[in-house]
Design a protein around this ligand. Sequence first.
Ligand SMILES: Nc1ncnc2c1ncn2[C@@H]1O[C@H](COP(=O)(O)OP(=O)(O)O)[C@@H](O)[C@H]1O
Ligand SMILES: [Mg+2]
Length: 253
Amino acid sequence: MVNTVSFERLLRETTYRSGESITYNKTYIHILTLRSVVYIRAVDISKTFGTRKILDGASINVNKGEIVLIEGPSGIGKSTFLHILAGIDTPDSGKVIVEGTDIFALNEDRRAKFRLEKMGIIFQQMNLIDDLTVEENIALPLKLAGKKWKERVDELVRYLKIEEVRHAMPASLSGGELQRCAIARALANEPDILIADEPTSNLDNENTQNIGALFKKINKEMKVTLIIATHDPRIEFIGTKKYLLREGRLHER
Ligand SMILES: Nc1ncnc2c1ncn2[C@@H]1O[C@H](COP(=O)(O)OP(=O)(O)O)[C@@H](O)[C@H]1O
Ligand SMILES: [Mg+2]
């Protein structure tokens, strides 16, 4: 007999592929389904802009706790895919299922609420609001969710080492500080999933190393699942799973 509790833990903490066999407590187990470990699933996503089919059946499986990298050259469709994964843009066809919820089956309001509670997003252009201070930018998602913000912002500026620029305007920040501010804002509502779009594209080597290490730390300490689009070989080392986006599809490698 398989001890159910430990077996569940085994499944949670380790990644198996459907169809794979494992031996546990001298019991031969054939993995039939990934349901217990797959956390985010995109199935056959397609998206056309004008006459250009950017995504053509892109699928991905993300397990809880992973750091998944989506790689591919500029213009290939990485941002488009991330926006669909986050429910900001809609696909022409295909599904995104997050912890059992089909996000495009929700209406726009419920999808926005779902995103606000579950996901933190760091956009390619960071999208900080220029006429709000760092503190006000970070507090914004908390205010939108109707939560108290002061203590959480205290915690985040400390964690991300941006206390000194807390009351500054984004325009006066360095690239590294701006990126940490964007990360703080994305973490404000304690998301389970953090999505980052080319987070190191404008950073020098030192800041890139720091952001890479920071993502690993966030993944470990805050138990956040990360999905990162990048074509930066300098942060490849943080990925636990890598996909290459090519011809509209995601290829695991
Ligand atoms: N809203 C849009 N309308 C028309 N074309 C778009 C739109 N968004 C992206 N594209 C085009 O789709 C292609 C893929 O873009 P993008 O997803 O930003 O690629 P990546 O992030 O890999 O650089 C690009 O050619 C881009 O110009
Ligand atoms: Mg992009």
